[in-house]
Design a protein around this ligand. Structure first.
Ligand code: HEM
Length: 143
């Protein structure tokens, strides 16, 4: 009986550190809320680009509310790569880049409302650039 207590204690400590380390391992970049918003943007952007190429501006416009929602939600997130030791300045830099993306979505609204395929193509190109630069600066390598 005397021996039971330390054993129990060891068992509890072992089990709880197992639970804690499992939680830490499960917390990967692809499980973040931000990742989900990004995936939603990605699939909507692919469909939207196809609609613009085939001159279907109303189909493209129908996708804009979800894109605006996703970028607004991304605004309040912190990238996985900055979670543990990202400075406030870096996090603000991320938020600014997401703001710029929101502005590009506003420009896309204008191009679609004007049925302006050339302007839409230019804005889509700029969105592609914002994506590349955002990812090379803020996306974790493991992501
Ligand atoms: C419309 C433009 C964008 C699209 C379609 C897009 C799409 C995606 C996708 C599909 C992922 C999942 C990983 C992958 O497959 O690469 C992702 C992850 C990520 N994206 Fe974007 N992205 C865009 C713009 C941006 C911008 C401008 C930033 C930064 C300001 C950004 C920051 C990130 C980060 C940090 C992750 C990793 C998730 C995390 O850290 O939790 N993305 N993005």
């Amino acid at each position: 009986m005397k021996l039971m207590f330390p054993m129990k204690k060891t068992l509890i400590i072992t089990l709880s550190s197992f639970v804690l380390s499992t939680a830490a391992v499960a917390d990967t970049c692809s499980e973040t809320a931000l990742y989900g918003y990004m995936e939603s943007m990605s699939s909507n952007m692919q469909t939207l680009s196809r609609s613009v190429r085939s001159n279907d501006f109303s189909a493209a416009q129908a996708l804009m509310p979800e894109l605006h929602d996703a970028v607004a939600n991304a605004q309040s997130q912190t990238p996985f790569s900055l979670r543990d030791n990202g400075s406030e300045a870096r996090i603000n830099q991320y938020r600014q880049a997401i703001n710029d993306l929101a502005t590009l979505f506003d420009e896309l609204d204008e191009a679609l409302a004007a049925n302006d395929q050339r302007m839409a193509a230019t804005v889509l190109n700029n969105i592609g650039q914002a994506r590349r630069s955002g990812h090379s600066t803020f996306k974790a390598r493991s992501c």
